[in-house]
Design a protein. Structure first.
Length: 323
């Protein structure tokens, strides 16, 4: 099979396609003919050599984890009914034409959802749906979303809006802001403006211009700047680090103000929760209530270009690889 490998840590040009042996499904596993693989921001950071303490990979390796595709072969003891099913799964190394996964890790894609949309939800749908549960967003909440135009941000805007919350979305530039308004944001603030935190306070409204829930998908200085906007008794999730690091927050100050902090560890869900959250996201999309935004689809040979596009910050939504 063809696969894209990170040949050494470095810029996107280190992603090179190669012929690798087809994986063979073990007992309890299936072989998936991959239709699409999602890309997520952290894959670009790992490729660059960042985060070795959390992600211990050594080149050459096939990056990626999320796939959609069709079951094309069965390992020993796997019921024949799996053959030909359209599924999503988390796998080890998804930038490849074939992958293996345990049947317990598969989610069947609803008939009315195409495999491209399904692939866009494998990671982001799970995390976004899980974040809604963790932070328990309700219709009385004012929610501030940083990184609102990204793959996960575009889902968070829709899910928080669907729960009836007032959604203020932070995005960069008018085109991205227009998109997130179209997805249900009540107001947007342009992070190109240095005074965006003050603008966010104004947009959040209420008595004190604070957010009951902050969903920080960018981290670093913008994440830290959003912390003072959190209401006393509110919730702050620091799950994003495209700036190069998660937001540094003062736990003593959070405790003093009764703010519940969530971090990246809180969005590492159990296998059972991953299956439940995946099924929920796919069902919402199949019903037309959740729209994955696809920024661009690249070929497997274009994996390096796909990473460059993610890093270039020109696209909105999700970057997906088509096998
Ligand atoms: N996807 C998941 O399931 C998942 C799970 C756990 C954690 N996370 C983390 O959540 C974050 C967002 O993930 P994603 O998949 O939505 O990524 P994404 O689609 O690449 O979106 C990244 C967002 O961050 C903004 N951004 C990028 N670089 C930035 C920078 N240097 N400074 C400020 N903003 C920047 C981008 O908007 P602008 O370029 O317009 O600013 C974009 O809205 C990542 O850190 C990821 O690791 C994701």
């Amino acid at each position: 099979m063809r696969a894209a490998q990170v040949t050494k840590f470095g810029d996107p040009s280190v992603l090179i396609t190669a012929d690798l042996p087809d994986p063979v499904p073990a007992p309890g596993e299936v072989l998936i003919d991959v239709a699409y693989a999602d890309t997520i921001f952290v894959e670009t950071q790992i490729r660059s050599g960042w985060g070795g303490e959390f992600f211990p990979v050594t080149p050459p390796y096939v990056p990626g984890g999320g796939v959609s595709g069709v079951v094309s072969a069965l390992g020993p003891d796997v019921p024949a009914e799996w053959l030909g099913r359209r599924v999503t799964a988390f796998v080890t190394g998804s930038y490849a034409e074939r992958a293996v996964a345990a049947t317990s890790a598969l989610t069947v894609v609803p008939d009315s959802l195409d495999l491209l949309q399904a692939a866009a939800l494998v990671h982001d749908g799970v995390t976004a749906t899980g974040l809604m549960e963790l932070t328990a967003v309700t219709e009385t909440d004012r929610v501030l979303i940083l990184g609102a135009s990204g793959g996960m941000g575009t889902l968070l805007v829709q899910l928080a809006h669907a729960r009836g919350a007032r959604v203020v979305a932070a995005a960069r530039g008018e085109a991205k802001s227009a998109l997130v308004r179209d997805l249900g944001a009540d107001a947007t603030v342009d992070t190109n403006s240095p005074d965006w935190p003050a603008r966010a306070r104004h947009a959040l409204g209420g008595a004190d211009g604070s957010a009951d829930v902050v969903l920080d998908g960018v981290g670093g200085e913008p994440g830290a700047s959003a912390f003072p906007l959190t209401a006393d008794g509110g919730r702050f999730s620091a799950h994003g680090a495209p700036t190069g690091g998660f937001a540094t927050l003062d736990p003593t100050e959070a405790k003093r103000r009764d703010i519940t902090l969530f971090g990246i560890a809180d969005v590492q869900f159990t296998p059972a929760d991953v299956r439940r959250l995946t099924a929920s996201a796919l069902a919402e999309a199949a019903a037309g209530r959740l729209r994955p935004v696809i920024g661009e689809v690249f070929s497997l040979e274009g994996a390096g270009e796909a990473h460059a596009a993610v890093e270039g910050r020109g696209l909105v939504g999700k970057v997906v690889l088509k096998m």
